[in-house]
Each structure stands twice: as C-alpha cells, then as structure tokens.
Design a protein around this ligand. Structure first.
Ligand SMILES: Cc1cc2nc3c(=O)[nH]c(=O)nc-3n(C[C@H](O)[C@H](O)[C@H](O)COP(=O)(O)OP(=O)(O)OC[C@H]3O[C@@H](n4cnc5c(N)ncnc54)[C@H](O)[C@@H]3O)c2cc1C
Length: 407
C-alpha cells in the first residue's frame, strides 16, 4: 500500500502508526489530529495531572522527533471533514485533500453534554482532553464547593481529587448506586463507603434539573426534588458519544460506534477503525460491544494495522481496565456483563479483595481492589481459559496460581 491515512491522533492512532511501520509499511503515512497536542495519555487527566504539579509534556507518549524518525507526517490542529470513498480521498478543514490507498479511523469519543437548562455556564466543566483538564485544573484551584454530576469512573476520580484539594464535594448520580453500569452492588457499596469516609456527600437516585447562575459567578445545581447545591465548579461526567459522524456521512455501517468485524475492518474493505469509536467483535465474546479503555485502543489498533498490511489476525485479546480513587486501585480483567453468579475472595476492605464472576460455571471476569498481583494472575487465568471453580476462587487459602501450572 502506498499511502495510509489515519484520522485521529490519540492512543489508537499512534499505536496504528507504530504497528504499521513495525509491520513493514514503508509507504507514506499520515496521522491527522484535530487537537493541538501530539498524542497523549488521557488516564492521568482525572488522576495525577489534576491532583499534582504535573507538566503537560509528561503526558505525551513520544517526543516530536519520534514522528520524524518514523517518517510519519503528523498533522496537529487539523480536522478531517469528509471521506470521499469513491475517489479514495480525505478532505481536511484547511482545504487540503489527501488521497489514500488505506484509511484508518481512530476518532475516539467526545463527552455527552449535560442536557439541562443553564449547562452552558462557565462554572460547568467536562473532562476529555488536555485543554479540558487545563481549564478544570485552573477553576479547581480557586474553588471551594464542587459538584460532580455522574458517579462513574471519571466523575469519582475527579471527586477524590477535589477532596484531596480540600473542597466540599457533592456527587450527584441518577442511578441508585455508583458505577452501576459496570460494577456489582458489593463494589458500588464499597466505593460509596470510601467516598463518604473521605467526606464526599453522595446524592444517589438524584436528577439534575437545572444549573442556575448566582450573582458572584458561582451556580446553584438544582436537583429534581427542588433542593439546591451551591457550587464554584461543576464537573459533568455523564458518559461519552462515539465520534462516528465522518463514517456515517461516508455511508459506513455505524451503530453507537463505527461497526467493525473481528479484523477491525469497516464495511469498506479499504477502511479500518480502532479504539473508543468502534463497535467491535472480539473472538472471546458473542456480542459486539464498544469499550472505552487503553487496552482496547492499543490491542485493536494492532489488529487494524495487521489488516491494512494484509496480515489479518482476529481480535481476541482480554479486556482490562483500571481506576484510581483515593488509596484504592480498582483493576478489572475480562467483562462481567452477563454473569450469573459471583464470589468474593477476601472481605471488602481497603486492605484488598476481589470479585470473581462466572457464567454457567465458567470464570469470565475478575475485579481486584488493591490486589495488583492478583489482577495480573486473573488476566493469565482468563486469557488461558483456565477452569476455576467458584469455591476455589472464594477460598483465600486456595492457590489459584497452581491452576495455571495444572492446565
Ligand atoms: C479523563 C480520562 C480518564 C481515563 N482513565 C482511564 C483509565 O484509568 N484506564 C483506561 O483504560 N482508560 C481510561 N480512559 C480511556 C482512555 O483514555 C481511552 O479509552 C483512550 O484514550 C481511547 O483512545 P482512542 O485513540 O480510541 O481515542 P482518543 O484518545 O480519544 O483519540 C481520538 C483522537 O481523534 C481526534 N479526532 C476525532 N475526530 C477527528 C477528526 N475528524 N479529525 C481529526 N482528529 C479527530 C480526537 O480529537 C482525539 O484526539 C480515560 C479517559 C479519560 C478522558
């Protein structure tokens, strides 16, 4: 292939470019990003970057010279505006048009805007990119009262950071428990206790009705029951939307994400897609799904690069994820959706415990809290399809590692 164009210079875009070069692509390679920054890590934005004196440059995956060395034409602050599939061209916002022999879409996601009156107030912030994080950090420095809307991973990480900065913190969550989309009640309850113990006030099963401006530049977050929470800073973390508009306009199959097969191929054989923007198939799972994780961005990008190079290999990597809140590191291996039973290994406490999920007697996922070694072991058990009995997982004296040797 002579020229490959990658749209989206994030985690997946960078991985794709590197995998293409490693896999032998010696033709032209463009990496087009609409942000002004070279590819950078997002996970620290809600963690150390917000909490500490953390230089922006530490977030960048690679120094700029790396792209020159790799002979990658990195275009920053450049938006791709259209894909003309018949002509095999990509239109850029600066008026340029780039022909392609192969195209990759790694456009990620954007935040879901808060759908209530008054949400455009400058006290209301979101967190997706470095520009968001800079603005949020600046506002946090002068804030005393913080309201976080959304009790998911990012909202809770920001809440912990704001408490660390000694702010009064309220978390408003529409569902009746934290991280309810992906966590069982035992883990939600553990984190609710943790956040309350650190002085955060949780409003569960609560709706936000409006953001009302106050005379001094602060706001009042009006809840559905009529009560109000005064805030100098509101952070909305209510989920993301896949950046699929380019693909939709080009007539590619999309369904809450760009639809790709297990080879990361879209409905056009010349176009692959990877990362947060895809609804994808993984050989490990029956149903297609969309993941927002570093693991998926990296591993799926490798699969997409192999497909462009004509060396297609199916996506079968185990999903994993992490979240840091106060002194607790939560690590997730596998996908627990669809489990029919679970057991605990250890008692819920900050000293550490894990939850093992089973479907029809088969281990499908493990959540570990402050047990990094057990998380790594869980990844090996799950990757290899090791047979683990619920009674073995629940018995802290049973050596699960021995099962690896046995299989
Ligand atoms: C605050 C925060 C904390 C996180 N914490 C964790 C964590 O602890 N663990 C974990 O596993 N994951 C975490 N994630 C998720 C992880 O960062 C993402 O899953 C990962 O960045 C996805 O990579 P991606 O390349 O698919 O998308 P992105 O990194 O979003 O990159 C996509 C890029 O494409 C650009 N783009 C979109 N459209 C166009 C266009 N038309 N033209 C040009 N450029 C375009 C976007 O602006 C963006 O720069 C976190 C995310 C955030 C925001």
């Amino acid at each position: 292939m002579r020229r490959i164009v990658i749209i989206g210079a994030g985690q997946a875009g960078l991985q794709l470019a590197e995998s293409l070069r490693k896999g032998g692509h010696d033709g032209e390679l463009y990496l087009i990003g609409d942000e002004r920054w070279p590819p950078y890590q997002r996970p620290p934005l809600s963690k150390k970057y917000l909490a500490e004196d953390f230089a922006d440059a530490r977030l960048f995956f690679r120094p700029l010279e790396h792209y020159t060395r790799l002979n990658v034409d990195l275009r920053l602050a450049t938006r791709a505006t259209a894909i003309e599939r018949a002509a095999q061209r990509v239109a850029l916002a600066n008026g340029e048009s780039l022909g392609y022999d192969g195209l990759a879409l790694t456009t990620g996601t954007r935040v879901r805007p808060l759908p209530v009156p008054g949400a455009a107030h400058p006290a209301v912030h979101y967190l997706r990119g470095l520009d968001d994080a800079q603005a949020l950090k600046q506002r946090l420095a002068g804030a005393r009262r913080v309201v976080v809307i959304g009790g998911g991973f990012i909202g809770l990480e920001v809440a912990a950071t704001a408490r660390h900065a000694d702010c009064e913190v309220h978390v408003v969550e529409a569902l009746d428990r934290l991280m309810a989309r992906v966590m069982p009640p035992v883990v939600s309850d553990f984190f609710a206790t943790l956040h309350r113990a650190h002085g955060t006030q949780l409003h569960l099963g609560a709706q936000v009705a409006a953001i009302e401006p106050a005379a001094d530049g602060s706001v009042e977050v009006r809840l559905g029951d009529g009560s109000g929470l005064p805030a100098d800073l509101v952070v909305a973390g209510i989920g993301v939307l896949p950046n699929q508009e380019l693909a939709v306009a080009a007539g590619l199959a999309c369904d809450n994400g760009i639809v790709v097969d297990e080879y990361a191929r879209t409905s056009d054989p010349l176009i692959v897609a990877a990362g947060d923007c895809t609804v994808h198939r993984n050989l490990r799972y029956e149903l297609p799904h969309r993941l927002e994780s570093v693991q998926n961005a990296v591993d799926q990008a490798k699969v997409a690069a192999a497909s462009l190079l004509g060396q297609a290999q199916p996506y079968a990597d185990l999903p994993w994820f992490w979240s840091d809140q106060y002194e607790v590191k939560l690590q997730i291996a596998g996908l627990s959706a669809g489990h029919d039973s679970h057991v605990l290994r250890g008692e819920p406490s900050a000293a550490g415990f894990s939850v093992y999920y089973f479907r029809q007697g088969r281990l499908i996922a493990v959540d570990s809290l402050n047990r990094p070694a057990e998380h790594m072991l869980a990844r090996r058990l799950l990757s290899g399809g090791t047979h683990v009995l619920p009674a073995q997982a629940a018995d802290p004296a049973f050596d699960l590692k021995a099962l690896l040797v046995a299989t």
